[in-house]
Design a protein around this ligand. Sequence first.
Ligand SMILES: [Zn+2]
Length: 150
Amino acid sequence: MFSGLGVLSHFDSIFFLVALGGVLPILTLYMARIYETAKSTLALRHRKRWLLAQLKIRPDCLRASLVERFSQCGKANCQCHHGGEKHGPFYYLTQCLAVGKINKFLLKTPAQQQAARSAIEHYRQLQEHLEELSQINAELLRREEPLRND
Ligand SMILES: [Zn+2]
């Protein structure tokens, strides 16, 4: 679909098919980073407090990827069709909504591109903190510790 592109930030989900008893359910698998939870309960609670203090939903939170693309123009005699440099870079925002359904559009101005970069980073940061909090809570639950006394 995209040729000659560089993915500048990764999709946070991957999609694939799993055969299960003759049906083909479509699964979305979130590939989480695994956080260190083999700490003392006190250290986990301390980390949890820190994470809760960090958690903030920024107004410019955006789950998407920024894609850099070089392309050929419509002029047959242009150098881009004869081994010369292609045009670009052009920056696209791509957002995977479902299997085969991608929202994609060109970011025309440097201001748009910068806004996209920082919004994508804010989303990534929020997601990481939330995921770490979730893994700590799972570990606390396993230890039969209360989850709500922080
Ligand atoms: Zn050209």
